[in-house]
Design a protein. Structure first.
Length: 147
């Protein structure tokens, strides 16, 4: 019996594998509306803005009114949220250490600290090559019958 092997079609694909420890996954997760950070300008003065992830938080910090930033910063709300809800004490400590005069510098400092932490948590390993192989087909050649 004779066999014929039809060549495989081999394709390689370079992908970036993200290596994230469990702590980073918890910190970077998307939260429910109840766990989200809700922004206020003062007691009983909600802005209607909320952040459901650390990346979302950064975006809101960049755009929310300065009054809201000052209100939450003075009460340590940002620190408490990232430590207790996002489970990131390292970021909480960095937020607590911000000492600036109020104004645009406060926004810049908070954004810088959060952006740096996002970069730390987004650890990317070297690209890895994966090979995807279509199965080979084995065909059986029929012997010719001689009469």
């Amino acid at each position: 019996m004779e066999m014929e092997l039809v060549p495989n079609d081999v394709r390689s694909l370079r992908v970036i594998a993200r290596a994230r420890p469990a702590k980073a996954i918890r910190t970077l997760r998307t939260l429910s509306n109840e766990e989200a950070f809700h922004f206020y300008e003062g007691i009983n003065k909600p802005t209607g803005e909320r952040a459901r992830s650390l990346r979302d938080f950064l975006g809101r910090i960049e755009s929310v009114k300065l009054e809201s930033l000052i209100f939450h910063f003075e009460r340590n709300d940002f620190k408490n949220w990232v430590e207790n809800t996002l489970e990131d004490p390292k970021l909480g400590e960095k937020l607590e250490k911000i000492h600036v005069t109020y104004g645009k510098n406060l926004r810049v400092e908070i954004c810088s600290v959060v952006r740096d932490r996002l970069d730390e948590l987004a650890v990317v390993s070297d690209p890895v090559t994966f090979y995807f192989v279509e199965p080979a087909t084995i065909k059986q050649k029929r012997a010719r019958q001689t009469r």
